[in-house]
Ligand binder design. Structure first.
Ligand code: ATP
Ligand code: MG
Length: 874
């Protein structure tokens, strides 16, 4: 059975059981601070499990893109070495939110696997929770008794808390689970040892395929459990593992999910997958790593998460680099090639995940550029490593040096180890690991945080947002909690029955403002964010009278400026599509009160004319006084038919809010000016590249533009004054520049002359020491003058040893020249001389054996350095 059919059969099975089928959510969650990536099918539904929102249908099924590369679930290091863990994988799941429970979940799982997919029940095992003394929980006999109806008792195994009790995080909904395992070994293998012994023992052919979680408890901050009022079902089945079983193969990589990618890698690299000889093993691992990682990286980019230097983007960059490294080391690929796999990938997966097909070109470009830049890093790293090797006495490279190479230059440690072992050297792995641990401890300490349970004042889960219409409202606090973190110290998070505060989202910053009670006590709201569908207000302290009503007041000035920037962002988006073309797609935006930032797909730098056109286009719409037309709660299809674009990587409900200004129409939850004329003026401040094929524009509006022009004018006047109030300041500046250039030339010529004169004098100063012509002296010349002197003197002699020093702007420079003949006959080395004498001037340097320089920050050490030079001749 083809993988595509396996996927669609799953979905239609649950559709028949009255489930709504929903598309996979994007992999990067926007309003869940505890998760960097979706790592299980339930993550996008957390708001339902927490009771913060109600689904339209309390039965849902889908296939969810999951990424397990960070945090609690991190399989990255396994990937490639085993045959059934991936970074990105699809999790097929069915959910009940307070609807059906164990009975149906178990019966349907069994029906689907054995009847629909026709899996032989003799290869299946199931597990149930054995209970936990620590949590005072009994064994899950309910599940046990249900399974008994379908499977013989010797195939029902009891499992501990680690395997059979599922928790979302340190706090929150959790419950016992039942896993379904398959044993796909040959009869011969089975005869040797029973599958029962191998369940949950990391055997590659006895693996878990489906986990049925019975959410019935809530874990509180103090670690205790309470029963949930509503019980839920959360199941997750690994799609690639299911394909392995149904396609009768022994590895996920032998299913049609992976084979087309693997064939392509074979074609590109001329390496064979599945070669039985010993050298083939590394090749196989590398091919598995690359075929896995290209999926993770491509899907992330398609979901709007580009590789970068921080956060989720950094994780993606590291995954891609891992793939490049395996290609570089084991497949001899020294040039970019991973981007070439995107074609087959989008061909295979594009119908189930259209975002991949739609953005193929962008994904390819970004991957290619990332590959190129990492390959450059590898090249530089090799040079640095060689230098470290040269400088090392003995056969062991220190852990500190290797860590510096890894941490500062991004050079992978396993590559360092490999290269060293090829050279017959050792790496101090212990030292390296210590450095790594130190760094981890530092970043852990920085991100440590403790969160208390919510204190509920009013049991009211409905929290109305009134901030589209009002900036003030009478509110009541419904719950609050304290959060302590290194970064922000002690903070209170508050939730109200209703709120005018806009929570950060859709690129727009969260509102600031204050609360005031009837006694005149004020609490400042420092930020507003949405977390799992709840609007949370951040403050340094709690109000004094928490049970009273407050006047909640949004900082109107900040909000207004932010709105100007948000509306301008829409107009900018429209302008770019009109002027550059409809290939322009929004790839990110940040709307603040001070400025706006807009990232979009486009392949070349914008010309000055294009930028001017864009500015003019936006300003024309500001001058056109276009009114805001807001459509709340319109069906998504309707808004799209009107011309609104949906963005990849955004999660939309069935009904959406659409914002129109003239012909600009967007799906948007943000706040806007009532009329474009409120913006006053729009000005682009910068344009540049963020990644391959992604440009960024930064712009300002309103007061910020006024300030900008005022500041420019001030600078202009100041400059004019410096130019003696010339009538034509530009011309005056040009003639100054010309004069400067010609003066520089004159100085250079003078210095050259001076050097020539000096040479005559220096020749007379040469001392003969043991047959070597020696001179160590401080000169009043620049670096290039000294170089000329050295080579000039050197051209007529074969036994020179020169050390010159010079001082300029508080820095010292040492230059050493040794005739090549001396280098050969006496084993002298100018590089070594400057490195060693560099210590006197607190600096370092290097070069070739016959010519080298060192710079330092301590000119007062020059004399000592010059005096020490003689020692090399004796
Ligand atoms: P395992 O013990 O095999 O790592 P798990 O206990 O981490 O699995 P769950 O968190 O219960 O798995 O996830 C549900 C299902 O998702 C698993 O039964 C498995 O089929 C699949 N799955 C989990 N992790 C991966 C992965 N890294 N790659 C592919 N499939 C996975
Ligand atoms: Mg796991």
């Amino acid at each position: 059975m083809k993988s595509q059919d396996i996927r669609s059969q799953f979905l239609s099975f649950f559709e028949d059981k009255k489930h709504s089928i929903v598309p996979s959510a994007p992999m990067v969650l926007k309003d869940d601070p505890t998760l960097m990536f979706v790592n299980s099918g339930m993550a996008p539904f957390k708001e339902y499990f927490l009771g913060n929102a109600q689904p339209k249908n309390n039965r849902i099924a889908d296939t969810q893109k999951c990424l397990r590369v960070s945090g609690k679930h991190n399989d990255l290091e396994e990937v490639g070495y085993d045959t059934y863990h991936h970074t990105l994988f699809e999790m097929l799941g069915n959910w009940s939110f307070g609807d059906y429970f164990k009975k149906e979940a178990i019966a349907w799982a069994w029906e689907l696997l054995t009847e629909v997919y026709g899996i032989d029940k003799d290869i299946l095992y199931v597990t149930v929770f054995e209970g936990s003394e620590e949590d005072k929980l009994p064994m899950d006999t309910e599940a046990y008794d249900l399974w008994k109806q379908f499977i013989t008792e010797d195939r029902i195994l009891k499992g501990n808390k680690k395997d059979n009790f599922w928790e979302m995080g340190d706090q929150g909904p959790c419950g016992p689970c039942s896993e379904i395992h398959v044993d796909i070994r040959s009869a011969e293998e089975k005869a040797k040892i029973s599958g029962k012994e191998l369940v949950n023992k990391d055997h590659p052919q006895v693996v878990e395929i489906w986990n049925l979680v019975f959410m019935q408890y809530n874990r509180k901050a103090n670690g205790s459990l309470e029963s949930l009022p509503d019980k839920h079902i959360d199941t997750g089945m690994g799609f690639e593992r299911l394909c392995m079983v149904l396609q009768g193969v022994q590895s996920n990589y032998d299913t049609d999910v992976f084979t087309p990618i693997i064939r392509e890698i074979e074609t590109i690299t001329h390496k064979k997958y599945g070669n039985p000889d010993a050298s083939g093993e590394k090749v196989d691992v590398a091919i598995r790593v690359i075929s896995d990682h290209v999926r993770a990286v491509a899907f992330s980019i398609a979901d709007g998460q580009l590789p970068s230097n921080t956060g989720a983007g950094y994780v993606i960059r590291r995954i891609l680099r891992r793939a490049v490294r395996y290609g570089f080391t084991f497949l001899d690929k020294k040039e970019p090639f991973i981007y070439r796999l995107v074609d087959v990938l989008s061909d295979k997966m594009g119908s189930a995940f259209p975002e991949l097909k739609a953005q193929k070109q962008l994904v390819e470009n970004v991957i290619k550029e990332e590959e190129q830049s990492f390959l450059r890093t590898l090249d530089q790293g090799l040079v640095l490593l060689n230098r470290i090797v040269e400088e090392t006495k003995g056969t062991t490279i220190s852990g500190e040096k290797a860590f510096e190479l890894y941490d500062t230059y991004g050079f992978p440690i396993d590559l360092t180890a490999l290269i060293l072992s090829e050279k017959g050297l050792n790496l101090d792995e212990k030292g390296f690991n210590e450095e790594l641990q130190k760094q981890k401890n530092r970043s852990r300490a920085a991100s440590e945080m403790s969160t208390e349970d919510w204190t509920i004042l009013v049991d009211d889960k409905e929290e109305e947002f009134v901030g589209y219409d009002r900036l003030e409202a009478k509110v009541k606090l419904t719950r609050y909690r304290k959060v302590v973190s290194k970064k922000d110290g002690e903070m209170y998070q508050m939730v109200f029955n209703l709120t005018p505060f806009y929570p950060e989202g859709g690129g727009q910053v969260g509102d600031k403002g204050y609360l005031e009670d009837s006694h005149g006590d004020v609490v400042y709201i420092l930020d507003t964010k949405k977390e799992n569908n709840v609007i949370i207000h951040f403050a340094k302290n709690l109000p004094k009278h928490i049970n009273e009503s407050f006047q909640a007041v949004v900082d109107a000035k900040q909000r207004y400026r932010t709105e100007c920037n948000h509306t301008a962002t829409h107009l900018l988006h429209q302008a770019l599509r009109e002027i550059l073309g409809t290939h322009v797609e929004q790839k990110g935006s940040a709307v603040h009160s001070k400025n706006l930032r807009f990232d979009f797909s486009h392949f070349s730098k914008l010309t000055n004319e294009e930028l001017q056109d864009v500015e003019n286009f936006v300003n024309a719409r500001i001058a056109g006084k276009l009114p805001l037309e807001e459509m709340r709660n319109v069906p998504k299809e309707e808004a799209i038919a009107e011309g609104a674009m949906s963005l990849f990587g955004e999660k939309y409900g069935d009904t959406v809010r659409a914002i129109r200004f003239g012909k600009s129409i967007e799906l948007c939850g943000g706040t806007h000016v009532k009329n474009t004329s409120d913006i006053w003026h729009f000005k682009i401040i910068s344009e540049g590249a963020v990644a391959a094929g992604i440009r960024r524009i930064e712009a300002i509006t309103n007061d910020a533009v006024k300030d900008f022009y005022a500041e420019n004018n001030r600078l202009y006047l100041e400059m004019k004054e410096l130019l003696n109030n010339a009538q034509e300041p530009v011309k005056a500046l040009q003639s100054l520049q010309e004069e400067n250039t010609s003066l520089k030339k004159q100085i250079e010529a003078l210095l050259k002359d001076k050097a020539k004169n000096i040479i005559g004098e220096l020749k007379n100063e040469l001392q003969d020491i043991n047959g070597i012509q020696f001179l160590a002296k401080k000169l009043d010349l620049d670096a290039s003058g000294i170089k000329d002197v050295c080579f000039d003197l050197g051209s007529n002699a074969d036994n020179l040893f020169l050390l010159f020093a010079t001082e300029s702007e508080g820095k010292a420079l040492l230059t050493c020249y040794i005739s090549k003949e001396l280098v050969a006959s006496k084993g002298l080395n100018a590089g070594q001389v400057v490195r060693e004498l560099g210590k006197y001037i607190q600096g370092g340097g290097g070069g070739q054996p016959f010519f080298a320089t060192a710079g330092g920050k301590n000119p007062s050490g020059i004399n000592e350095a010059l005096e020490a030079a003689k020692a090399y001749l004796i």
